[in-house]
Design a protein around this ligand. Structure first.
Ligand code: ATP
Ligand code: MG
Length: 417
């Protein structure tokens, strides 16, 4: 037997209702905020991600699934959703349409990571993107949207941390201060951090190596280096969030893993998720679209990991409504009964009533056992006497009571219950 590739998972039919639950809450909340779904390809030209996500990010340096196709072009399975949405926005000329542009996605994403609980190579994200608004209200609305989504799922032990990482101007001064801080510690830090020191010292704050984390804990904070405009923007975001009743703490250590962020960054974390505690992350990325060759378009967005949400829902014991079984199982007692059951089942389905009937020539006892496993609400028994009288014996599986219902009234009877 060939096994599933490492870091991927099957979603089995018995479990898929949990995914539908999250997806339904995601779609409903997105639509309330005026977002419509966007779908873009699973693979894109490799340059889209190396330029869009950023040459110094962990994703681009280590995690991408990149290969040459048969035509010799380098393509990459999307490691995240934003770059593809930004490409679609520009390529379809949507900056000429109604702004702000709002789109959400429910996507699979691919990263070559070391698989562990909450960290997969194929995972799924719910993400949202808002383009064309630079106001603090756009940041606050995006954070409030994410907050409402998580609360609506039933999650209670999630906390929100926000930070500002400034604009390219004020960040340049900060990068200098970071280099001054890290320089004397460089020999104790990991090889990746030594590269980051040269290319993008802010990435050093996001290192997952214990020794580096300890050193990074004492680094200066971006908040002390914000220019007046960035500071005013951040103050306004916080004021709006407080006004909207969205609880947060300011955490100066949040820098986010992708290179395109500016100003507001945020993360929702759960203690219940253990080491992989971040369930949703996002921020403002005013530089991204310009980097992709457009005139500058301000942007803000977030992405949540569906598998991590599932973990946290389970850890918090949030009840997810299980789907009902089929409405009616039609059991045939003999060949003629079976045929009638087959025809009736087709008729009932045509009227929107879910049903199943025997396909394995099983005994009545075995058919009842199967109907019970299915969670069928009713079982209609059809044998010789039922065919003669034109009525099915309809058993209510919950109460065990039974009634006789004319074949032609079965649909009406069942649809009322
Ligand atoms: P982490 O710091 O945990 O690696 P990240 O900063 O790389 O996360 P983002 O790129 O912001 O994550 O992706 C948004 C969300 O997608 C994360 O908060 C997480 O819930 C989920 N996610 C990211 N990588 C994985 C993965 N390999 N497996 C499962 N979920 C993931
Ligand atoms: Mg990561």
């Amino acid at each position: 037997m060939i096994n599933i590739p490492k870091g991927t998972k099957d979603v089995l039919p018995s479990q898929v209702y949990k995914w539908h639950y999250i997806e339904n809450v995601a779609r409903k909340t997105a639509e309330e905020y005026g977002f419509k779904e966007i779908r873009t390809p699973v693979f894109e030209h490799t340059e889209l991600f190396s330029r869009g996500v950023g040459e110094t990010s962990d994703i681009v340096t280590k995690e991408m699934y990149t290969f040459l196709d048969k035509g010799g072009r380098s393509v990459t399975l999307r490691p995240e959703g934003t770059a593809g949405v930004a490409r679609a926005f520009l390529e379809n000329g949507l900056q000429g349409g109604a702004l702000p542009f709002r789109a959400y996605y429910l996507y699979s994403a691919y990263r070559y990571e070391r698989p562990q609980a909450g960290r997969l190579r194929e995972f799924h994200q719910f993400g949202a993107e808002l383009y064309g608004a630079s106001s603090p209200a756009a940041d606050a609305e995006t954070v409030a949207f994410a907050d409402r989504f998580l609360k609506r799922l039933g999650l209670r032990e999630i906390s929100l941390q926000i930070n500002s990482i400034g604009c390219p101007e004020c960040r340049a001064k900060y990068q200098d201060a970071l280099r001054d801080y890290f320089r004397p510690h460089l020999s104790e830090m990991c090889p990746d951090c030594r590269v980051r020191f040269e290319k993008n010292p802010m990435r050093m704050l996001d290192c997952k190596v214990e020794e580096c984390k300890k050193i990074a804990a004492g680094a200066p904070h971006m908040l002390e280096y914000l220019c007046d405009d960035c500071r005013a923007h951040f103050e306004e975001v916080k004021r709006l969030l407080s006004g909207a009743g969205v609880a947060f703490t300011v955490d100066p250590s949040i820098v986010r893993g992708l290179d395109y962020y500016s100003r507001t960054v945020f993360e929702f974390t759960s203690k219940a998720a253990g080491a992989q505690g971040t369930v949703l992350g996002g921020g403002r990325y005013d530089g991204l679209l310009a980097q992709m060759g457009a005139k500058s378009v301000p942007a803000v967005g977030f992405a949540a990991g569906i598998e991590r949400l599932l973990m946290v829902l389970e850890a918090e014991n949030v009840p997810i409504p299980e789907p009902r079984g089929v409405k009616c199982y039609l059991a045939g007692l003999d060949a003629a009964g079976r045929e009638k059951a087959f025809l009736l089942a087709e008729e009932l389905r045509g009227k929107g009533i879910s049903c199943e009937t025997d396909l394995l020539d099983r005994s009545v006892k075995a058919q009842f056992k199967y109907a019970d496993k299915l969670g069928a609400e009713y079982v209609a028994v059809i044998g010789e006497s039922e065919l003669l009288s034109g009525e099915a014996e309809l058993k209510d599986m919950k109460s065990s009571g039974s009634v006789r219902v004319k074949f032609e009234e079965l649909a009406q009877y069942l649809s009322k219950r």
